[in-house]
Design a protein around this ligand. Sequence first.
Ligand code: ATP
Length: 251
Amino acid sequence: MATTQIPQLRVEQVSLVTALGGQYLLNNISFEVATGSRICIIGPSGAGKTSLLRLLNRLSEFSSGAIYLENQDIRTIPVLQLRRQVMLVSQEHKLLGMTVQQALVYPLRLQQLPQRQIQERLDAYRDLLHIPVDWLERTELQLSVGQRQLVAIARALIVQPKILLLDEPTSALDAGLASHVLGVLADLAAKDNLSILMVNHQLDIAQFFCRRLLYLQNGQLLQDTPSEQIDWKQLRETLVQAEAQAAQEWL
Ligand SMILES: Nc1ncnc2c1ncn2[C@@H]1O[C@H](COP(=O)(O)OP(=O)(O)OP(=O)(O)O)[C@@H](O)[C@H]1O
């Protein structure tokens, strides 16, 4: 008899309304994430992409609807436990006054892992992401934006989450490093069942990496499409038009 696998993450009719003015930043969003998914979230500036990611590990609270991690309502999961399973790499990469090494091992120390295991994970993920040993003693100010981005990705992966939320993860990496990082992420999705939701403005990266695309505009989920069904040329044009419209609304 076939078994039905429960989705790893289920977003059900979720809305986010601003505190003042009652404007909908996200309106009635529903989708599911299967284990090991590679999903890109695309849409013009201000569409609500970052806001959506932040709801998934409760950095912000949704106004209505529900989100389930493996069938458990995320509001019933202690927030630190949730964030260990659903890690967000945001666009701002802060080491909070720590060195790279301290920042990488901090979440593992919080989990009270034995020192030997901490060292093994540090070596493994530093190696995996090609972070040179001589960065370990550097602080944020001694790293370029791209280097900080790489450390932030390592810091999320070292915790071995079930779901990784990435907000423009490769925007500051050169093409070679970006493609290495995407290869590492694809391997982790295939071998370790890591699910990845990635906000990305670079459609060529989305086309290469993602197996499914969520298209957001004005807080609404307009498309949820497997990548093989996407007309990328059409999508590029839609996005250019939507960006132009968004820019006009700001003028
Ligand atoms: N705390 C907040 N209060 C009010 N409005 C907010 C808040 N946070 C975000 N917004 C607004 O919500 C909308 C969606 O913002 P969000 O950052 O999620 O968009 P985005 O799609 O990620 O945009 P970008 O591609 O430019 O990063 C924007 O109009 C933004 O100004």
